[in-house]
Design a binder for this molecule. Structure first.
Ligand code: SF4
Length: 518
């Protein structure tokens, strides 16, 4: 009988290794032959460690299962291979039928939680490398066209059309070009990049290899935040396997084409998620933002044309090639095509990963998936898109996930992370936090961000202490205006988003309703 226990960091943090060891011990003690697969997480974090067993009707889930509960599982027919015998109180039925999973549209995360992440055979058995096999027979321009036609836009936050970026790099004349994957996932409440790297690393590797073929780049770097040791380990293991099997390195699938890939461990600065600071860091320098132009597509890594994309953007590519641009484009709304893996975090009953086509509303995510607040109190605000994203009030919960619809209400989809707060949140303190975050994480290159954020903290302290509030709120708005228009990169440009959204949507927390909403 085959038993699955996740190796994803969330499951590990909740005791998955101990549960797995107890299963092996128990099986041995009872003389039962089992095959233990350390799969990725299904993304239902409140159920981790989620143990699954293969039965005659499909995989059945149990969770959360702690070490001390394992013997009870075995007593309750766990290893019989029969679905009708799974009567343990923590049995959840067929995994695929759990509503949280069933209601999703998993295109990219289709293998996540199902396969052994570092098994190339498992990847191949689940539509792995079908996209690369198609791409290898295509002209570079045709690959770029396919990605353009799919409507894929950068999932790291900027939402720039991926195909257009690739076209610029393809058209640039150079002796060397690069693919750089931004895996410095630093936004609060986000973990979709981590799940791809830990739970389906071959998908990212395949996507980057296709990108290399598309723009004639022969070298690639994955810049992974240092706080993700399991991502780094799984990627490195998968890279070795892909090289050994001819899917990576020299002479890919006998085509004579080359693409080498290596992982770079980031140094722990939020600003290194900004694409040009990331390039500096990969080059071994301090993570300072570069002025643009020149565009990295023309002069990027080591001064050469470089495709920079985020993990989710690059790992959408194998699917686009294997199923075709039209298949992908058929999901979504408006100019937001395909799906987005959304990450539910903060004060929610059911936190986890939800992949849905664009068009799903915040309310559906918060209540149909998230189950409302964990505290049981009303959800008052949701910050979407990381620490520089806007706080959205209840009146905006029906906004569909769509880049343009979010922009129309002065918000951003960002990297698809949601952090929910109940009605005990103090929005003035959240606004102060945004300024403080910027002050700590600013690279220091430009004045509006470096000095503005520090002044912003001081102003917020005065507002919170009720010192001359009308004047301070006026000053705060002025300061935000300078930061938005005068900063060199998104760090300074976007810090005013959470600050102003807090002020505009929750004026009562700033003391003076009339001035706050002016
Ligand atoms: Fe650096 Fe901030 Fe200026 Fe960006 S906005 S370049 S992080 S100082």
């Amino acid at each position: 009988v085959t038993i699955f226990v996740p190796r994803d960091s969330t499951a590990l943090a909740l005791g998955a290794n101990e549960t797995a060891a107890a299963i092996v011990r128990e099986a041995k003690a009872r003389g039962i032959d089992i095959k233990l697969v350390r799969n990725g997480s299904r993304g239902m974090f409140w159920l981790e460690p989620l143990v699954e067993v293969a039965t005659d009707a499909g995989r059945i889930a149990f969770g959360p299962i702690e070490e001390h509960e394992v013997a009870g599982l075995f007593d309750a027919g766990f290893t019989t291979g029969k679905a009708e015998k799974q009567t343990h109180p923590k049995a959840l039925g067929l995994t695929e039928e759990i509503p949280y999973l069933k209601k999703q549209e998993r295109l990219q995360f289709v293998r996540v939680g199902i396969t052994d992440p570092v098994s190339l055979d498992d990847y191949l058995a689940h539509e792995g490398y079908v996209g690369l096999k198609k791409a290898i027979a295509m002209e570079p321009a045709a690959i770029v066209q396919e990605v353009t036609d799919s409507g894929l836009r950068g999932r790291g936050g900027a939402a720039f059309p991926t195909g257009i970026k690739w076209k610029t790099v393809l058209g640039a004349e150079a002796d060397q070009k690069y693919i750089a994957c931004n895996a410095d996932e630093g936004d609060s409440g986000t973990f979709s990049d981590r799940m791809v790297m830990e739970d389906d690393p071959f998908m990212l590797i395949e996507g980057m290899t296709i990108a290399g073929l598309a723009v004639n780049a022969t070298e690639g770097y994955i810049y992974v935040r240092s706080e993700y040791p399991h991502s780094i380990a799984n990627l490195n293991e998968a890279i070795v396997a892909a090289n050994a099997a001819g899917y990576l390195g020299k002479n890919i699938l006998g085509s004579g084409r080359t693409f080498n890939l290596q992982v770079r461990k980031a140094a722990g600065a939020y600003v290194c998620g900004e694409e040009t600071a990331m390039l500096e860091s990969i080059e071994g320098k301090r993570g300072l933002v570069r002025a643009k132009p020149p565009l990295p597509a023309l002069q990027g890594l080591f001064g050469k044309p470089t495709v920079i994309n985020n993990v989710i953007s690059l790992s959408a590519v194998p699917l686009i090639l294997s199923r075709g641009a039209t298949f992908y484009k058929d999901f979504g709304m408006g100019r937001s095509r395909g799906t987005l893996p959304m990450q539910l975090a903060g004060n929610l009953k059911y936190g986890g990963l939800v992949e849905k086509a664009f068009g799903v509303t915040l309310r559906e995510l918060l209540y149909d998936f998230g189950g409302g607040s964990e505290s049981g109190r009303p959800i008052r605000a949701v910050q979407v898109g990381g620490p520089l994203g806007a706080y959205m009030p209840e009146s905006l919960f029906d906004t569909p996930f769509d880049y343009e619809a979010f922009a129309a209400v002065a918000s951003t989809v960002g990297h698809g992370g949601l952090v929910a707060f109940d009605d005990t949140v103090d929005m003035a303190k959240q606004a102060r936090y945004a300024m403080h975050f910027c002050a700590v994480e600013s690279c220091g290159k430009c004045t509006p961000c470096r000095i503005g954020s520090t002044r912003g903290v001081e102003v917020m302290d005065k507002i919170i202490a009720n010192q001359n509030r009308p004047q301070q709120i006026h000053l705060l708005r002025d300061l935000c205006d300078v930061m938005v228009t005068g900063s060199l990169c998104a760090m300074g440009n976007m810090t005013p988003f959470p600050v102003l959204s807090a002020l505009n949507h929750f004026p009562e927390d700033f003391g003076d309703q009339k001035l706050a909403s002016a």
